[in-house]
Design a protein around this ligand. Structure first.
Ligand code: MLT
Length: 385
């Protein structure tokens, strides 16, 4: 490496999605290809069972909060936890056609129009505080589950979200725990995942926080990014329908081979950065094995974990033959009593907006000695077609 030169770009590396090219610093988290995700230097497996507010505190302040500090932070968020009635009415009035992520992105713009302050730090706090109510209102009204009950932040960050969700049917006792873990494990994934990168790029033009988050959520909505959790559950369900819940691992292996032979996709494997099983997936697999070992979707997801890796490893062109986080999250949410795949990406967005907001605050108000990073403007070379 030459002095100060991190990477040299060859022509072959153009049009490859900026994979691996450093563009800045991330003060909240990092993804190592082998060790996986860390929040402020701490492996995600150690963080997974933290209270969501403790994990958010860690990302926001860059240090582990004491009990008193987290309680004070929680009070700050509680003060900001409820949107104005007019804001909520407009969110409920949004069209219900299209994917719920469209409604979620539009809802963030609506909140910005009514309640945005134009100050990145204050709006980041407002967003962290209001996200459970915004997400619950979008889901309830999109699903036609009726009016959203008033926000009760004193219940706890995710407990309040689950309280506001009005889905019909049984409320299993494990659901809140699974939703808490889901939230903590999806809060942040370094600076270069598509939605975070897009959100920060939008904010680099000095667009306000709500507009930047809305843009980030449209990026998250793509099936190659956040919506993969919905597609993966649909895939696990399809495999279950084909092989049955008592299928042996070799039956699942055969199904994977048949799909690959007929150029059909096998969902839930591979990651742009990771070269091991996603440690977030490992946490969920362990939880699923312990709490839902007999659930049909979990049984199939566990067979896919081993058999998929075995088959994909045979192809030397596949750089990451291991499960990613989406391989298991839909199955575990369903087993825990939230069988609504259309809304899984909103759960992802509820968490990820937090990491994006904190990273935007860093880039706008702290980076480069407080000057902030300049407007994103990469170089494209001209080429005739
Ligand atoms: C994420 O959590 O954002 C996904 O794993 C995608 C990524 O990191 O690129």
């Amino acid at each position: 490496m030459r002095d100060g030169v991190l990477f040299e770009i060859t022509k072959d590396e153009l049009e490859t999605g900026l994979r691996g090219f450093p563009v800045g610093y991330c003060v909240t988290s990092f993804v190592d290809p082998i060790k996986g995700l860390t929040y402020v230097g701490r492996p995600i497996a150690e963080i997974a069972y933290l209270d969501p507010l403790a994990a958010i505190y860690l990302l926001y302040y860059g240090e582990v909060g004491s009990k008193e500090q987290i309680a004070k932070f929680s009070e700050e968020l509680a003060k900001r936890a409820s949107c104005q009635p007019e804001t909520l009415r407009h969110i409920e009035g949004l069209p219900h056609g299209g994917h719920p992520m469209d409604v979620f992105a539009a809802a963030l713009l609506v909140v910005g129009m009514y309640e945005g302050t134009g100050d990145y730090r204050e709006d980041a706090l407002q967003a962290m505080a209001k996200l459970p109510q915004i997400a619950a209102t979008v889901i309830n009204s999109h699903a036609g589950w009726g009016p959203t009950p008033p926000s009760k932040p004193e219940l706890g960050y995710i407990e309040n979200f689950v309280h506001m969700l009005k889905f019909p049917g049984e409320r299993k006792s494990e659901l809140t725990q699974v939703m808490r873990m889901f939230n903590v494990l999806h809060l942040d994934h370094c600076g270069g995942n598509l939605s975070t990168f897009v959100g920060k790029a939008i904010a680099s033009g000095l667009e306000h926080l709500w507009g930047s988050l809305a843009g980030a959520m449209t990026a998250l909505a793509g099936p190659r990014h956040g919506r993969a959790n919905q597609d993966c559950l649909e895939f696990v369900q399809e495999v279950l329908d084909q092989v049955g819940e008592h299928a042996s691992p070799s039956a699942v292996e055969q199904l994977i081979r048949d799909r690959l032979k007929s150029n059909q996709l096998v969902f839930g494997f591979g990651h742009a950065v990771l070269r091991v099983e996603d440690p977030r997936a490992t946490v969920f697999y362990q939880y699923a094995q312990k709490h839902f070992p007999t659930h049909p979707l979990i049984k199939i997801a566990l067979h896919l974990r081993t058999e998929g890796t075995k088959v994909l490893k045979e192809n030397p062109k596949i750089s990451d033959p291991y499960p990613n986080v989406d391989a298991i999250t839909g199955s575990i949410l369903t087993a825990a009593g939230f069988p609504y795949p259309e809304y899984f990406t909103i759960l992802f967005g509820l968490a990820r907006c937090v990491g994006i907001a904190i990273q935007i605050v860093y880039e706008r108000a702290e980076a480069r000695g407080g000057k902030g990073t300049p407007i994103v403007r990469p170089l494209y070379l001209y080429k005739s077609r």
